[in-house]
Structures are given as C-alpha cells and as structure tokens.
Design a protein around this ligand. Sequence first.
Ligand code: NAD
Length: 232
Amino acid sequence: PVDLAIVTGAASGIGRETAWQLGRSGYFVGAVDIDAEGLEEFSRKAHADGLSAGIFLADVSDDTATNRIFSHVATLKKPLAALVNAAAICIFANPEDISLDQWDRVLSVNLRSVWLMSNKARPFMVESGRGSIVNISSVHAWATDHLVSPYTASKGGISALTRALAIAWGKSGVRVNAVLPGPIDTPLMRANLRAVGDEEAEYAKLSASLALGRAGQPVEIANVIDFLCSAK
Ligand code: NAD
C-alpha cells in the first residue's frame, strides 16, 4: 500500500506547499487544518494535479480532535510514514500585554499539538518499524524580535521537544527532526509585517536585511521537509 503522510496546517503557507510536495513524491497525504475553506482549496488543487489526498478538519491542540484523526488513520490501512507538524499561530503584542488566554492558546496550538500529534503517530510508526516526524520550529527558537514572545517560547519548546522525542524513539525506527526557517513569504509572515507597520515598506526593510535579499518561498522549506521524510 501507498505510504501515508499527515501534514498539519495544510490549508496555507508552508504546510500546504509541503502537503502538495509530499503528494508529488507519491505519498497519500492527510491534510489537517482548522480552515475548512483552505482545506477544500488544497484538495481541489491536489486532485486536479493527480495527487492522492484526503482532508481532515481538526484543531491540533485538542486531545479529542487528534484522537479522531488517528482513529481515522487506523481505518486507512496505509503505513504512516511521515508526520509534519506545521500548524501554528502567532499573537503580535508586547509580553506585558499578553492575556493568559492568549498565552495558553499560542502554546497549545504551537507546542502541545506537536506532543499530541507525535505521540499518537508513534504507535503506527513503531508497528511498521519506520517513520519520520518533522516539526516546524523557527529561527525564533534561537534569536527573536519584538512582539512575538509566546510564539518564540513555543518555537524554543518545539526545538527542545524534538530533541527529546528523537532520543526517546530513535531506536524504534522513528526519526524526529525539526526545521527552523527564517522569514518565508506566507500569510503568517505578511501578518507579522502588518503588525509592525506598512506591509510593503516592512517587506522592503526585511528583504534588505536578509542574505538573499528576499524572504524564502514555501517550496524551499517543503523541499527540505520532503527530503527529511524520504530517508528510511
Ligand atoms: P500560515 O498561517 O500560512 O499557515 C498556518 C496554518 O496552520 C493555517 O492554515 C492555519 O489555519 C493552521 N492552523 C492554525 N491553528 C490551527 C489549529 N489549532 N489546528 C489546525 N490547524 C491550525 O503560516 P506559515 O507561515 O505557513 O507557517 C507554517 C509553519 O512554519 C508554522 O509552524 C510557523 O510557525 C512556521 N514558520 C513560519 C515562518 C514564516 O516566516 N512564514 C518562519 C519560521 C517558521
């Protein structure tokens, strides 16, 4: 049977590009997101391009919703070869202005979700003796900027959690890696620019500060993730 790859955050940006790229590489893709419209759009494009994909509407920070995802995976009878945790949100505010609910929401969607999804994927991967989990951390795990403190904390957490899972599960054949992108041109990056000032002016300033003179494109990260999923 065809290998299954699950991608969270698959309705937009890096997740959507990754889901599409993994479909091109021959996986059956399970695209997970909370954005129904974005998922439908992904599904239409995937099928028009001849890819095999199914969509799953779920909040990845929710224990029950993630249980439903994996109950469904069990019915598919396809080896779960890859899980890409790309879903994330960001709240743009100074640390002193963040509410408790905002803090908890960002940490739940970005970090708890990685633990929930990975933990529930693990038994399927152990059963087939192989599997690759790729978590999207961020350059913010190392060096950060103003207005993104819960996001930054979540990304530092993802990097640390990735190392913990990698050593815990490596000997059972489950590889766990993280990618730490710099600025990539997606709706999330555009929202960040608008939170700071005029979008185009901020994009010009950002580009000038970057080695390539431009932000990255989602496909440049999707290709790296596809590679990390591929080695067996
Ligand atoms: P994006 O906003 O375009 O896509 C994020 C997706 O996650 C959206 O489709 C959204 O609906 C989904 N999502 C949000 N909350 C969810 C939830 N609770 N359950 C399920 N899905 C949910 O953002 P992007 O820039 O493509 O980001 C993808 C990943 O890359 C994120 O982890 C982000 O932190 C990371 N990243 C992005 C950049 C960048 O510059 N764009 C840089 C470094 C890391």
